[in-house]
Design a protein around this ligand. Sequence first.
Ligand code: 13P
Length: 254
Amino acid sequence: MARKYVIGGNWKMNKTIAESDEFLKEFKKEIGDLSKHVDIIIFPPFTSLSSACKNLKGSSIHVGAQNMYKEKKGPYTGEISPKMILETGATHVILGHSERREYFHESNEMIAAKARLAHDSNLQPVICIGETLEQRNSGQTEEVLKKQLHGSLGGLTPVQMQQTILAYEPVWAIGTGLTASPEQAQEAHQFIRSQLSSMFDKKSAEVTRIQYGGSVKPQNAKELFEQADIDGGLVGGASLDPDAFMKIIQKVPQ
Ligand code: 13P
């Protein structure tokens, strides 16, 4: 079954509203009909979500948030609910990014609770997993991925799984300029897919899209995207520049 490629631009804590508007003006001009072959999702900071959605109205480029809380409302100072995100016009949300796991101590259980609420709210989650260099070097990659998958996807139904996007982002490749080789990435993606088959069912393994993230650049994107189990990329640094991001999207096999 052919899976549609999906490329995300995770801007992290970058770009003001004015800078976001400027990027999208430029980006929209260049996109042409590329978004017919590939789903494109921009993940700006919360403050720019509304204006990004307005800017992209009528285009097929999606907008997503970088995080949300696991409750619908209440006394959670500084947090954002799914309804607030949906109100901006955004349709997706990144959950469990390694920076959230590391700096904000998000557990697999917390991420699973967010994922269930995202689905119940009709927001499509992009759930991130990935091992550290230490874990890779000590041969624990598969064990770590398995634990993250079982923990972060807990309680999802097969249909919800199929509507979830996974992002394999080895922590050692994020923002470091070190990319997993196409073979290393393919091996991890294949392992993740085999886990989905045993955790959910064969269809979930076939249908769920798995992005690679970690120093994706115009120079390495093609080889990564050509791998059988890699369905696109979640791009950090290179998504901040419209030209570099466009060049990455152009590397998607057609
Ligand atoms: P870089 O592309 O900057 O390595 O970031 C990857 C990432 O964390 C995307 O979510």
